[in-house]
Design a protein around this ligand. Structure first.
Ligand code: 2AM
Length: 496
């Protein structure tokens, strides 16, 4: 009898859920399917799941009764109230040690709360980012599980076999590993999406530099450049699809990309990443700029009015060495991408401190190597960097990336300069270079900011080591009476 029991249950028969079930079935696992609207269970069994080992359930009780212990149920339902509703229903009939996995697009604070609530009842909870869309779910997504650590050995085999596989030195490696503690799976998925915003915007900027305002190349010519780049350090899914997009023509032969309204949408995960970066005080400038670039794109009517009244530089045909400039641009894109991932890891490092996670840094990059939108060869190099030095302070300190940035730097600067002169907006490429220049600076002009703050608000400052004297004492909060007028009171005692 027990051999008839299923390995895992899944609730939520939208396309993602259906595809994940079929994927798990292909990998040899027996899955029970359930959905709020139970007619979808019957329809699924009669159609997509016909001839498979998938079984159906028409109630939560039936679903739970058909599972091996410890029971494992994946939720792939709309984020928010639906997740809480199913967690309530499941926890009423599940037993100690059973596992609920939320594979939807939940915001990580919800996953932190749910883990605590379920662990208090003796159940285990895993919040798992699942990336790769419908195609990924069907043939191998990137899966980022985190939460109750005791759940991992129980779900590891199913998750790692269901996930995308990428070739490694010792055979195929799954794009799924344990991320860390409660909420970290959905957190890392959120950062992944933020990084995706950055990668896309960087590619869009390179395209813009190559088109009318820069080298004046056609979409098809730009596609050829991207095809070549896709064989080098930029080898990635996004570069590949961009080349395919740029080659795609409408029925009249006009490139489709030239007919698409330049207003970008967004669903919110990039914004969440940027907000979290602000909350944690971490300079994740590139993702922030990528989100704002979409916001700026969205005010098309206002931009159209501005374009009529705010002149830019005269268009001057590019006279330099075109191939050199294209090579420079490749390096600028690569260097900016390194900065973006370095910033993403800085954020995850801060979050790990804040939420008391021990994050699997090498594993995170490894999970993103396949199955998801940001998959790339480059992520293999990040995996190696963190395998070599698990507590690497910053990706930019790794020898490989240090050398890569050093090599890219001259071209990167030429591209930023050229784009600035020609009036081409490069919010992310430019922000990346400014961040790099700030990060590598022992001295930044924050001394002046502190002086200004002290001048107008008596906010005090600390003395620079080596410059102490009787007036400027080490370790003290110092206030100077800059004008000779008013009092000597500091902002800690005086709130104007
Ligand atoms: P449905 O088919 O019964 O609408 C994606 O929308 C998935 O989330 C679907 O399986 C959908 O179930 C489910 N879902 C959305 N909102 C829900 C809710 N409030 N309660 C239960 N399931 C919900």
């Amino acid at each position: 009898m027990s051999s008839d029991l299923a390995d895992i249950g899944l609730i939520g028969l939208a396309v993602m859920g259906q595809n994940l079930i079929l994927n798990m079935n292909d990998k040899g696992f027996k899955v029970v399917a359930y959905n709020r609207t139970t007619s979808k269970v019957d329809a699924f069994l009669a159609n997509e799941a016909k001839g498979t080992n998938v079984v159906g359930a028409h109630s939560i009780k039936e679903l739970v009764s058909k599972l091996k212990t410890p029971r494992k149920v994946v939720l792939l339902v709309q984020a928010g109230a639906a997740v809480d509703s199913f967690i309530d229903q499941l926890s009423a009939v599940m037993e100690k040690g059973d596992i609920i996995i939320d594979g939807g697009n939940s915001h990580y604070p919800d996953s932190i709360r749910r883990t605590a609530e379920l662990e208090a009842k003796g159940l285990l909870f895993v919040g798992s980012g699942v990336s790769g869309g419908e195609e990924g779910a069907r043939y191998g997504p990137s899966m980022m599980p985190g939460g109750s650590a005791a759940a991992w050995p129980e779900i590891k085999e199913i998750f790692q076999k269901t996930a995308a596989q990428v070739p490694g030195p010792n055979g195929d490696e799954p794009c799924c590993d344990w991320v860390g503690g409660t909420g970290s799976g959905h957190y890392v998925k959120m950062v992944h999406n933020g990084i995706e915003y950055g990668d896309m915007q960087l590619i869009a900027e390179a395209y813009d530099i190559l088109q009318v305002r820069g080298l004046d190349l056609s979409p098809s010519e730009i596609a050829d450049i991207f095809i070549k780049w896709n064989t080098g350090v930029l080898d990635s899914f996004l570069i590949q699809i961009t080349s395919e997009i740029l080659k795609y023509n409408d029925d009249d032969g006009v490139p489709m990309v030239q007919k698409i309204l330049d207003k970008a949408g967004q669903k919110g995960t990039g914004k969440w990443t940027a907000i979290n970066a602000l909350d944690l005080g971490t300079p994740v400038t590139l993702i922030g700029e990528a989100v704002f670039a979409r916001c700026l794109s969205a005010i098309k009517d206002e931009r159209t009015r501005a374009s009529k009244v705010l002149p830019g530089p005269e268009k001057v045909p590019f006279t330099g060495d075109k191939q050199q400039f294209i090579d420079d641009l490749e390096q600028a894109l690569y260097a900016s991408k390194i900065i973006s991932y370095a910033q993403g890891y800085m954020l995850m490092r801060e979050a790990a401190k804040e939420y008391k996670w021990e994050l699997n840094n090498a594993g995170i990059a490894a999970m993103w190597r396949g199955g998801c939108i940001i998959k790339s060869v480059f992520l293999g190099d990040i995996t190696k960097a963190f395998q070599k030095t698990p507590d690497l302070e910053n990706l930019l300190f790794d020898d490989f990336f240090k050398a890569a940035i050093a090599k890219a730097q001259p071209g990167w600067r030429r591209v930023v300069a050229q784009a600035t002169i020609s009036g081409t907006p490069i919010p992310c490429t430019g922000a990346a270079l400014s961040f790099f220049d700030g990060y590598r600076s022992e001295t930044v002009p924050a001394n002046l900011l502190q002086a200004q703050r002290d001048y107008f608000g008596a906010h005090t400052f600390k003395v620079l080591p080596g410059k102490e004297n009787a007036r400027l004492k080490a370790g003290e909060d110092i206030h100077v009476n800059w004008t000779g007028r008013g009092g000597n009171i500091s902002a800690s005692t005086y709130n104007a």
